[in-house]
Write a protein that binds this ligand. Structure first.
Ligand code: PLP
Length: 410
């Protein structure tokens, strides 16, 4: 297999035309859609509309006439099929961490006599931090029981109030078995709360088939919602009106424009909202979501698995002798849409890759993380990225002092 074979595969790729809907800067191989998705070209037009028309001329009237007030629910209805939810079970609002705070607080009300939350210690830290913060507020003996993937099932016993974990591991890309872990949680009487940051838009997810209670996900990665775009929040319909999220702002009130003195919660997914929404960001997020809705999630998964398999094979063939080791599952079905390699000097290698137009990221202490977005990455991208990596490792150019200086964001 050589580059021209891969160009041919790209020409035959049924998803190839999606690439034209994104702005990809000349000379850049963007393998970082697992941090921030590429910009859909339609976002520029949408930005002009929301700012230049809806805000500029519609002013406050756009709350009604441009559908601003309903936007978190409108987008929730759109995203729902991508994660196996019903249209009335999802909203797009706030950040992933804030949504996690809200849903976990609600989930803990399901088992008021229990005090243990099971989490994966190596999870993306914000989840753990947000839960620590929630527990400070709750006091009363609440605590986190940390376990790693292979010990999760055993950690879920009858003391556990909720299991709060991430579907696809942010560093390794390892996929946890959502159905089995949720089943175990329920068998022990615990709620199941999932973080889908690295799975929403990257692979099929079926929250209701797995009987999940609550879930969150960001929209700025594989859903291409834009920097800081608001996050997804899923609450199973059976819990609506029963358990309250605690950030009880007026948007979650059953009649916000009655301006009651007291909080009376909406009996549906609206209760998961807190306050005035970031309309510009929400509007831009819709553009990415609309593109994703036109793709078939099964095709996305097939292409993602092919690209990551090819990448692993080529990196090991070309770069294996330079101290680089696979840090992701080898079996594609246990892996999300990213591949992580360990290298002792991962940071300068990543910086040298950036300098040569390959955008990936570094995750401490030694992971080089490459994200593959089937909507806009091509098989030729995979080849070219490996060739650049080979060149950097072979020449040792990454050893230059300039590549050692840490940026604020890695
Ligand atoms: C698994 C996971 N959860 C949460 C977040 C981020 O949360 P927030 O959007 O609140 O910053 C990330 C960010 O990369 C993540 O990978």
């Amino acid at each position: 297999m050589n580059r021209s074979d891969l160009k041919q595969i790209d020409r035959e790729d049924p998803m190839a035309s999606f690439r034209d809907e994104f702005f990809l800067p000349e000379g850049i191989i963007y393998l970082n859609g697992n941090s921030l998705g590429a910009m859909p070209l339609g976002a520029i037009q949408r930005a002009r509309k929301v700012v230049g028309e809806e805000w500029a001329t519609g002013l406050i009237g756009s709350m009604n006439s441009a559908g601003w007030f309903e936007l978190p629910l409108t987008l929730g209805r759109k995203i729902a099929p991508l994660v196996g939810a019903k249209p009335n079970e999802v909203v797009i609002t706030d950040s992933t961490g804030i949504n996690l705070h809200k849903v976990l607080a609600a989930a803990l009300q399901m088992q008021p006599d229990r005090r243990v939350i099971v989490m994966e210690g190596s999870n993306f830290p914000t989840d753990n931090y947000m839960v620590e913060g929630l527990l400070i507020q709750l006091g009363d003996g609440y605590r986190i029981r940390y376990a790693e993937a292979d010990g999760l099932m055993a950690a879920i016993d009858e003391d556990v109030a909720a299991v709060c974990i991430t579907h696809v591991h942010y560093k390794t890309g390892h996929v946890l078995d959502m159905a089995a872990i949720t089943e175990r949680a329920h068998a022990m009487g615990a709620a199941a709360v999932w973080d889908l940051c690295h799975s929403a838009g990257a692979m099929p997810v079926d929250l209701n088939a797995c009987d999940v209670d609550y879930a969150v996900a960001c929209t700025y990665k594989y859903l291409n919602g834009g920097p800081g775009s608001p996050a997804m929040l899923f609450a199973a319909e059976r819990h609506h009106g029963k358990y309250l999220q605690p950030l009880t702002g007026w948007f979650g009130h059953k009649a916000p424009f009655d301006f009651d003195r007291d909080y009376h919660p909406a009996g549906d997914i609206r209760q998961m909202l807190s306050g005035t929404q970031p309309i510009v960001s929400l509007s831009l997020a819709e553009v990415g979501i609309d593109i994703m809705l036109r793709a078939d999630m099964r095709d996305i998964r097939v292409k993602s698995m092919r690209m990551t398999n090819l990448f692993i094979k080529l990196v090991e063939q070309r770069c294996g002798e330079f101290g680089i080791k696979l840090a992701s599952p080898r079996d594609a079905s246990s892996r999300g849409s990213q591949v992580s390699f360990y290298h002792q000097d991962a940071y300068p290698v990543v910086r040298a890759l950036h300098d040569r137009g390959v955008i990936c990221d570094f995750r401490s202490p030694g992971n080089i993380r490459f994200g593959f977005a089937p909507l806009y990455n091509s098989y030729a991208d995979v080849w070219d990225a490996v060739e650049k990596l080979y060149d950097i490792l072979k020449t040792g150019v990454w050893k230059e002092v300039k590549y050692r200086k840490r940026s604020l964001v890695t």
